[in-house]
Every structure is written in C-alpha cells, then in structure tokens.
Design a protein around this ligand. Structure first.
Ligand SMILES: [Zn+2]
Ligand SMILES: [Zn+2]
Length: 311
C-alpha cells in the first residue's frame, strides 16, 4: 500500500531556476492530495509524471502568494480539460472570495463544482476521512492565519496467518470475522485465540506538513511520532532574528521540533533564495536531528510499510 510524498517545490517567497514555490502531492493508497499550490505547480505535476485528474482535494496552508499563485491556472486547466468531478479546496475563508473573482473572469462555462471548506483560524479540525485516511489541520504560527496538515493512515485489519488457516482447516467464511478480531472454534470444540491465527497489521503511517511557521512547540501534539515530518527551514541559525520577525524557522529549530516530536525522519524545505547551496542548512539540522534530509524539487519520499512476518 503506497504512502508517498512528492515534493513539487522547495523555494520560499522568491523562486529560482532550481527551486519552485511550495507544493506537495501526497499519495496514500492511490488517493492523491495536493498541499499548497505555488506558482508553476501544474507544470511541476506534469514534469514529474503525476496526473492532474487524480487530485480531488487541495489543502492550502495560508494565503501567501508562494503557496497559492499556482491554484488559479490549475483551475482554468481543469475546466479546459472538461473536468466534471467536484474539487474540494480547504483554506482560509478569504480564499473563497479571491476564487470567486477568478472564476467570474477567467472560467467561462464552469464544468466542475468547487466545494470550499473553511479552515477555522487558530483551531484544529478533521478535514477528510475515509476507510483508509484521516487528514487533520492544526494551527501554525505565522504572520497570517496558517495551518499545518497531518495525514494519517488508519489502522488496518489484522493479517491472516496463512499457515495457521491451513493447520486448523479454517473455512473461508470465517476469514473476515477473524480479520476483525474474532477467535475460532474448531469442529472438535477447541477455541483458537485470535492472536494464534493472525498477525498484527503493519503500523499505521503518518506524515505532517508544517509550512510556514515560526518555531512553536504548540504543534508537538499533532506531529508526535510521525514517520515523516516536513518542516520549513527558511533560514540558517545565524539569521535567527530574521526568522523570528518574519515568523519562519531556522534549520536548527526545525530539527529541534523533529527531535522533541520523536519523528522518524525530517524533511526540511521552504529555503530562502539567499542560499544557493543548502548543505550548511542540512548539517546544522543534523547536529540536532540526524535523520534530516533536504527536500528536493521533483523527489518522491516513500514512507515504507513495516512488514511483519509470521513466526
Ligand atoms: Zn511561504
Ligand atoms: Zn508564508
């Protein structure tokens, strides 16, 4: 079962020839979620051989241009492509008004419905849920109302131990009950407890997206124990004051959050255009949190499933 994050942009406010503005495409069990939509996002999606048509949900962290300027052309393209399936957009309330202008002036004969979901300022909220995924928004600390997003795979059913099914000659009709936790009684009346015939399912995986934000430990309850944490690292530690005034984070601060959260891996991004080379940011973060990687435009980061083998 897939769980991956394709980074489409790692720039901050000013893009350059190597770094695009913020956007990421999350694939969880072949459900595709777009997070932020900076300028050029639809081109980045195509360049990275992803399919525009598979996206039905777009999450916008906040209303700064480097996170939304790509949304308007994407909507126009959807209409030109005769999209008919509804598109859900989750964002600050003010985006709804901005979108209305765009639709009025640039999308004639709108063929698909835009369903707008307002993110409550300063509050957390569950935004999306199906049998496999739960997506939650939580407040970040930035110069305008901003949310991070937690993508959580739901716990799966127990796994059948095929050897045991054979050993006890368990009929197929019982399999679903057993996956749901039932024990099995043989024809001879012997009770076989569920844990003797099943295996634990792979642990549910989690990814959190935190951009843009100043250093804040208030996000820890939401990002605790995540398998992959994306946290902005706009500046190096020697620009800490600038980070504070612009409500951004340094690489060291991002790593500190990852460490306190006991995250498994940290991906840093949203780099200031002043840094041509990023190795120094990576080193700075790795001193605090070794499992730090630099986000790279166009790279896909897979969160692997932990396989549990039968004894
Ligand atoms: Zn930004
Ligand atoms: Zn911002």
């Amino acid at each position: 079962m897939n769980f991956s994050v394709t980074v489409l942009g790692t720039a901050s406010a000013i893009p350059n020839s190597k770094r695009n503005p913020s956007s990421q495409l999350i694939n969880i069990h072949e459900r595709y979620f777009l997070v932020d939509c900076g300028e050029g996002t639809q081109i980045q999606i195509r360049k990275n051989k992803q399919k525009l048509g598979k996206i039905n949900h777009i999450f916008i962290s906040h209303l700064h241009g480097d996170h939304i300027y790509g949304l308007f052309p994407l909507l126009s393209t959807y209409n030109l492509l005769d999209r008919t399936s509804p598109l859900h957009i989750y964002a600050n309330k003010n985006l709804e008004k901005i979108l209305a202008f765009h639709v009025q002036y640039f999308i004639s004969n709108q063929k698909f419905e835009i369903i707008f979901h307002t993110l409550p300022e300063g509050e957390s909220i569950n935004l999306y849920e199906d049998d496999h995924v739960l997506i939650t928004a939580f407040p970040l600390q930035h110069s305008v109302p901003t949310h991070g997003f937690l993508f959580k795979e739901k716990d799966r059913l127990r796994k059948i131990n095929k050897h045991k099914i054979k050993e006890y000659n368990i009929p197929v009709t019982q399999i679903m009950n057993i996956k749901n936790g039932a024990s099995y009684t043989t024809k001879e009346g012997k009770l076989i407890p569920n844990n003797k015939i099943t295996l634990d399912p792979p642990p549910a995986r989690r990814f959190a997206y935190c951009s843009d934000t100043a250093y804040t430990e208030s996000i820890l309850p939401f990002v605790e124990n995540v398998d992959l944490l994306y946290h902005e690292a706009t500046f190096k530690e020697n620009e800490k004051e600038r980070a504070k005034t612009t409500q951004h984070s340094t690489a060291k601060e991002a790593a500190t959050i990852a460490k306190l959260a006991k995250a498994k891996r940290l991906l840093v991004g949203h780099f200031s255009s002043r840094y041509k080379y990023l190795e120094a940011l990576k080193k700075e973060a790795q001193i605090v949190f070794k499992e730090t990687e630099l986000a790279i435009d166009g790279e896909t980061y897979i969160i692997p499933e932990k396989i549990i083998y039968p004894l």
